[in-house]
Design a protein around this ligand. Sequence first.
Ligand code: NAP
Ligand code: ZN
Ligand code: ZN
Length: 324
Amino acid sequence: MERPISEPGPGQVRIRVEACGICHSDAATVTGTYPGLTLPRVPGHEVVGRVDALGSGVSRWKIGQRVGVGLIAGEDGTCEPCRRGDSVNCQNPVVSGVTVDGGYAEMMIAEARGLASIPDELSSAEAAPLLCAGITTYNALRNAGLRGGDLVAVQGIGGLGHLGIQFARHMGFHTVAIGRGSDKEKLAKDLGAHVYIDTAVGDAAALLQSMGGARAVLATAPSGDSMGSLVSGLAVRGKLIVLGVPRDQIHLNASPLVFGGRSVYGSLTGTAIDQEDTLAFSVLEDIRPMIETAPLEQAADAYARMMQGKARFRMVLVTKNLKS
Ligand SMILES: NC(=O)c1ccc[n+]([C@@H]2O[C@H](COP(=O)([O-])OP(=O)(O)OC[C@H]3O[C@@H](n4cnc5c(N)ncnc54)[C@H](OP(=O)(O)O)[C@@H]3O)[C@@H](O)[C@H]2O)c1
Ligand SMILES: [Zn+2]
Ligand SMILES: [Zn+2]
């Protein structure tokens, strides 16, 4: 649809969007299930574009500068987690595509404090998926207290998982990819997995135990049913890090949690400075998302392709702004 171009308010910028990745979490906007969502709403939180106008009080960013916006795109700075320096867990956040309009658009208004600078080495289309799929897996890995050589598994080989495999490999972990079916085995190994586990033919937990047990498993599949049994594949003190947000429940057996001190916890994307760390690490280690681009006008088809699990591995919408 056509909408009037709005002006940025105090502390905001207007962005001329060049590219926006399609994350599985966009489904919570499309289906109206994201907590706090108000409609109508433009989805999209893997946004890269150029600053087009500055609101009052914005000095850090310049017109024409290339910037990115992720999911958590502004904290209130006053709630308890914010006051403790944990702004990603702000209790009243600006959430792109949920509390404010996101990046499936030619223009977007964003909070200046939530922007990340995009390095010249990355094209807009390849930077976009790093702003949610990338940061989510990168932060989960680097904050898990792991050491080089640890056995780390990534379950679910989609937008998040295909980047998680690359990050795990480049951070120096013994990297296992867990998928359902044989079709992604070669892709997973090309992305850097040392080992591929196909849950259609093998028991992932038993296979991880036969390798000594995983120090961490990143669970990215949008399926709670597939996550709980992975606890039994963890080493003593191992961690199941829940990144996927399935609608169904995760069922857990208490024994491997208690006997061995294993744990299960979630991890939510990251902050703007974490975005810049993710981008810098990707440039440093030559990590790129595998993407399929589609023009913004085909957003509905591209979204459907992601939901059907056909994307290899991230659909990225590109706008006419990219050529100008
Ligand atoms: N924690 C966060 O901050 C955060 C950030 C972004 C996204 N998310 C959430 O993370 C999840 C994944 O997002 P995404 O963008 O990566 O989605 P995606 O691109 O659709 O990938 C999901 C992958 O999971 C695989 N899968 C589904 N069921 C599976 C199962 N039972 N066993 C193994 N693999 C399975 C699918 O592969 P096949 O169908 O081919 O098997 C698909 O490739 C979503 O729930 C999303 O909302 C969370
Ligand atoms: Zn996302
Ligand atoms: Zn807050």
